[in-house]
Design a protein. Structure first.
Length: 162
């Protein structure tokens, strides 16, 4: 169920010097995902990952600075779980995201869509997050999305299999 109290949409984009195939593969490989997904200042543990339409996942993001005290699930963790709604190889990934939190401001289903657009110089990656929970500050979310795209750009240039 989507979050009825939030119709906020956050997005970010970046041109990455890698093929859509390489970027899609980096997303489908849970070991690779654990390397590039966490924004700066965080690390990830992929608890479960079944990348197929209807497949589910559970990811734990860990704040490296334990005194941060701003995790959604615990003082220093954000646990999310969800499912893959649509997978179009080398083109689009749509997933639902739910945060494990006792704080109702993080409840509800956020829909996250990743678009991969082939360009002569690489791939434009666009992330669109719909129904962003109100507990996620827009400034923090924008910074995190940009950081994740920077990580993906660094990772994908070494992962290209075009």
């Amino acid at each position: 169920m989507t979050n009825p109290s939030s119709n906020r949409i956050d997005s970010a984009s970046r041109v990455i010097m890698a093929s859509p195939k390489a970027i899609y593969h980096a997303f489908m490989d849970p070991e690779a995902l654990g390397v590039w997904l966490p924004p700066e200042g965080m690390s990830a543990h992929i608890d479960s990952y079944d990348p197929r339409p209807g497949g589910t996942y559970r990811i734990t993001l860990i704040y490296e600075n334990e005194s941060s005290g701003h995790g959604k699930t615990s003082e220093n963790t954000d646990v999310s779980q969800g499912r893959f709604l649509e997978l179009v190889p080398d083109t689009k990934i749509v997933q639902s995201v739910n945060f494990n939190s006792d704080d109702p401001s993080f409840s509800g289903e956020m829909i996250q869509t990743w678009y991969l657009e082939a360009l002569s110089e690489g791939t434009r990656v666009i992330i669109v997050c719909e129904n962003v929970p109100p507990g996620i500050r827009k400034e923090d979310h924008d910074t995190g999305l940009r950081s994740t795209l920077e990580n993906l750009a660094s990772f994908a240039k070494n992962f290209d299999e075009s």
